[in-house]
Design a protein around this ligand. Sequence first.
Ligand SMILES: Nc1ncnc2c1ncn2[C@@H]1O[C@H](COP(=O)(O)OP(=O)(O)O)[C@@H](O)[C@H]1O
Ligand SMILES: [Mg+2]
Length: 377
Amino acid sequence: MADMTGKDTILSVEHLSMIFGGLIAVNDLSFQAHRGEITALIGPNGAGKTTVFNCITGFYKPTQGMMKLTRKTGEEFLLERLPDFKVNREAKVARTFQNLRLFSGLTLLENLLVAQHNALNKASYYTIGGLFGLSHYKTHAAEAKDKARFWLDRIGLLARADDPAGDLPYGAQRRLEIARAMCTGPELLCLDEPAAGLNPRESDELNKLLLAIRDDHNMAILLIEHDMSVVMGISDHVVVLDYGKKISDGTPNHVKNDPAVIRAYLGVEDVEEELNALAAEPAAKAAAAAAPALKSELPKLATEFKRERVNIPPPPVLTLPDEVPAVAAKTKAVAEPARVAATVAAKKAVARPVKTPAKKTTKTAAKKTAKKKGGRA
Ligand SMILES: Nc1ncnc2c1ncn2[C@@H]1O[C@H](COP(=O)(O)OP(=O)(O)O)[C@@H](O)[C@H]1O
Ligand SMILES: [Mg+2]
């Protein structure tokens, strides 16, 4: 049902928390997803995105919170109270996984038929019940086949219907997984990093498919992604998670410019300050000014460097046997000026005034390391 803002809310997540031992994977998360919209749930690795999906789809029982799903009929479901098969069958939520979970030995068609086994099972149960049972089963089987054919065509794989799913290129397997989810007749489609591992062309095909599913079926799509740039172009609504907490929520444009989001993705206290400080560095300025000239010089310098390195004699060995003082003195006399020259050159190189933003960079790096240590995958 459309609310005051004209949005038709299908999923309302309220104060969702999931705690594993001492780790708060999802921390008091609230957001809504709307029918006919692509909602992206984004955040760095380990932010808690998959955990949110596992709660929504009934795979985990959340520690706290409520997830209300409203079907087109107006029927409401509290997902946290449903076992996972009912989340799919009754609340009409379908999902794909971060790692592909197709039956690679079954054909494409079989994969899509197996996905509809609920409908088929129900129909075959009716066959025991009555006279019209058989025709009922036949109708359902025919419907299942039609649906499979429709989605195979939709993902551009109808010609490969009888090939094993495992033979498909990776991008096509991803699309097949989405088709399989769609065959269960969902009202909310949840996709966990569907663009992961796709090349730019496949990623583009995927985006077109998702937009078409949204528009032609008025579908609500909830899309997980860790790389912001992948979803910005196709999302209507973006929710950003960091360390299990929601840090931003709004249109792609709003989220993209939200300092909290930039901080989470770059791991710095104040990006603008950092960038200004860097730009003000004399060394950075000098390097930036010298860069164009240096660019044309670089190949020449590199060649020269290589040639010189081949001709450079090995450094003199200064530890000499004491019992041959004469030889030692003579060698030392030759070696010493070379060593002194080398030391002077080395000192000059070190003393060159290349100033790095030492303090801040170290702080940032330390924080990044700390983040990594904080168990991010
Ligand atoms: N079943 C689990 N048991 C313990 N810790 C988990 C479990 N699932 C996820 N986590 C932890 O919860 C945090 C969020 O993980 P996850 O939801 O997979 O993040 P994302 O999908 O955003 O990368 C991580 O620190 C992860 O290690
Ligand atoms: Mg994940």
